[in-house]
Ligand binder design. Structure first.
Ligand code: C2O
Ligand code: CU
Length: 463
């Protein structure tokens, strides 16, 4: 509401403004605003208090962004938080300047500031956007949302659901998000929540029909939880991982693992009977819990349909030239139980105990946190192979910005395109990609407390 005083001040300012010459062309439409701000929402079940979150558009997950492949996306980030922030567009093969990494591609946007993000969407698929500043806190508080880029040739399904899987750590008394100074979260598997949610609510329910065909876009936006998913009363195929279509849809495995930041597009048919129930099940230790309940009401058709066709491929995704690739190794050490002998931190050699005093617990190639020198420098268009050795006791979800990679499997064949690789303790794996996108690209663990306490490096692709 305007007061009389501000109205008058506005009128005076208008009168004093100098006249501008007429514009030949009108400026383009103003970019839509994505405001990062605190809000109160109901995350815990009814009867519990509301939770203060930080979100985009007053919700968690934030406003869904939906566009068509080939569109140009424009969003003005407005920072109404008390911390600086940025937006990162996870999985998008983006211009480096729009990647949203503070200190690498831009300065963080201060409280009260704004920043225009603008880029082309070359690829269709299931992506997401999130804060990339103080991420272990800002993403956990809710600064995240789905970014859906639709294919021009949409698959033949009855309907689609975007399902953002996440967890929160709430104080059951007050309903508020617990603090971020827990040393265990940094030095062990990461910050796990005590309430798992879908699209920001506990015990999500959807109603479906028998034989209905659904496209489920599953996203894991949790800080550290690896979702172990099973289906009951639903059967189908994985058609894409991390936004990128599989050449051939794969029957769903018994258990689908989704590491933090990973996505899976699945096409499923409702096989449960009319009047019955289907579930997306989450395994938690030995327990099978219903993450999503599908109530089956009515029948969509008499019988099931044949397997779906693959989604149309995204452009220029071939990973060739493996034999002449630029090779590199990433050696991960640290964490509770093992630590490391010594590593470089802020230009000094430190032991594990000393690093731990400043909440740093992980090293990559003997460096704690972002190194001065990139892990590798590639020519534009060069094929790159990176062997990743996880010398820790914990799983990590390694995410490369600006590119998708394929895993080089033991038999020499290539795995599906991904932007985030789930690695378990003591595993050694190898990825390969074409360094097609010039710029400085961070490569980090998406267990966000790990990224904040040492597991962050970068690669450079020359222009
Ligand atoms: Cu999803 Cu570096 O981020
Ligand atoms: Cu990690």
């Amino acid at each position: 509401m305007f007061t009389r005083r501000t109205l008058l001040a506005g009128a005076a300012a208008a009168a004093a403004a100098p006249l501008l010459p007429g514009r030949l062309f009108a400026a383009g439409p103003e970019a839509k605003i994505l405001e990062a701000a605190a809000a109160r929402v109901q995350i815990a079940p009814e009867g519990y208090p509301q939770t203060e979150i930080w979100g985009y558009g007053g919700a968690v997950p934030g406003t869904e962004i939906r566009a068509r492949q080939g569109d140009r996306l424009r969003r003005r980030l407005v920072n109404s938080l008390e911390q600086p922030t940025t937006l990162h567009w996870h999985g998008i093969r983006i211009d480096n300047a729009m990647d949203g990494v503070p200190g690498v591609t831009q300065e963080a946007v201060p409280p009260g500031g704004d920043f225009l993000y603008e880029f082309d969407l070359r690829d269709a698929g299931t992506y997401w956007y999130h804060s990339h500043n103080q991420s272990y806190e800002q993403v956990a508080r809710g600064l995240q949302g789905a970014l859906i880029v639709e294919e021009t040739d949409a698959p033949d399904v009855d309907r689609e659901e975007v399902l953002v899987l996440d967890d929160f750590r709430l104080d059951p008394e007050t309903g508020q998000i617990a603090g971020f100074d827990n040393m265990h979260d940094f030095s062990h598997g990461g910050r796990l929540g005590n309430i798992a949610v879908t699209n920001g609510v506990f015990n999500k329910t959807l109603s479906v029909k028998q034989n209905e065909r659904l496209r489920l876009r599953l996203l894991n936006t949790a800080n550290a939880r690896i979702f172990q998913l099973q289906l009951q009363g639903l059967e189908g195929w994985v058609v894409a991982f991390d936004g990128m279509p599989l050449e051939v849809p794969q029957p769903l495995p018994e258990t689908l693992l989704l590491a933090p930041a990973q996505r899976a597009d699945i096409i499923v048919d409702v096989t449960a009977e009319d009047g019955g129930e289907a579930h997306l099940i989450r395994l938690d230790r030995e327990e099978a819990l219903s993450q999503i309940l599908f109530e089956v009401k009515g029948r969509a058709s008499e019988s099931r349909r044949p397997a779906p066709a693959p989604l149309p491929p995204n452009p220029d995704m071939e990973v060739a030239g493996l034999d002449d690739a630029l090779r590199s190794t990433l050696h991960m050490e640290g964490g509770a139980m093992r630590g490391f002998q010594s590593a470089m931190m802020d230009g000094r050699k430190v032991g594990f105990r000393e690093a731990a005093q400043s909440m740093n617990f992980w090293a990559m190639n003997g460096m704690v946190g972002m190194p001065d020198e990139p892990l590798l420098v590639a020519e534009r268009g060069q094929t790159v192979r990176v062997v990743i050795k996880n010398d820790t006791m914990f799983p990590h979800g390694m995410h490369l910005h600006g590119h998708h990679f394929r895993e080089v499997l033991e038999d020499g064949t290539l795995g599906p395109l991904r932007d985030t690789l789930l690695m378990f303790g003591d595993e050694t794996r190898e990825i390969a990609f074409v360094a097609h996108n010039p710029g400085d690209w961070v490569f980090h663990c998406h267990m966000l407390t790990h990224a904040a306490s040492g597991m962050m490096t970068r690669i450079k692709v020359l222009a």
